[in-house]
Design a protein around this ligand. Structure first.
Ligand SMILES: [Ca+2]
Ligand SMILES: [Ca+2]
Length: 138
């Protein structure tokens, strides 16, 4: 199993509208995620640790390199709520191309070192469940 599913225990936070790619100050400790509800977070360490960046729902990012996380992320948390365009599609290359991985709302994804998504993700976008099924089938 390369995916771990966890219940989204989001603290009701007032999600301020932010432009994409915000660095978060406090690294997550252990398996405790610091990814707030309504955020999609990427970490440069396994198990949601290390330097992290987050994007609020609807903020696509075609180039993670400008946020210093391109080809560096080793774990991910989509802490968006169910409903609407709250699925995240990870892409291997900038501009939403290359290999893909779809994360459902609440999903923590910590790829193993051999999997393409480890230190390779370079862009993402938000989509619906149907959109994710389309992009990540096959
Ligand atoms: Ca990993
Ligand atoms: Ca890449």
């Amino acid at each position: 199993m390369r995916r771990m599913l966890t219940a989204a225990l989001g603290v009701a936070a007032t999600a301020t509208l932010l432009s994409g790619g915000i660095a978060s100050a406090d690294p997550a400790k252990g398996s405790q995620s610091n990814c707030e509800q309504g955020w999609f977070c990427a970490y440069d360490g396994d198990e949601l640790t290390g330097f992290s960046i987050y994007w609020t729902v609807g903020r696509d990012d075609p180039d993670w390199h400008s946020d210093n996380i391109g080809d560096k992320a080793e774990s991910f948390h989509n802490n968006a709520p169910w409903g609407g365009s709250t699925w995240v599609v990870l892409y291997q290359n900038t501009g939403h191309s290359g290999s893909r991985e779809c994360l459902q709302p609440g999903e923590i994804f910590d790829p193993a070192a051999w999997y393409w998504a480890e230190n390779e993700v370079s862009s993402h976008l938000w989509t619906t469940q149907a959109g994710a099924a389309q992009r990540c089938s096959g």
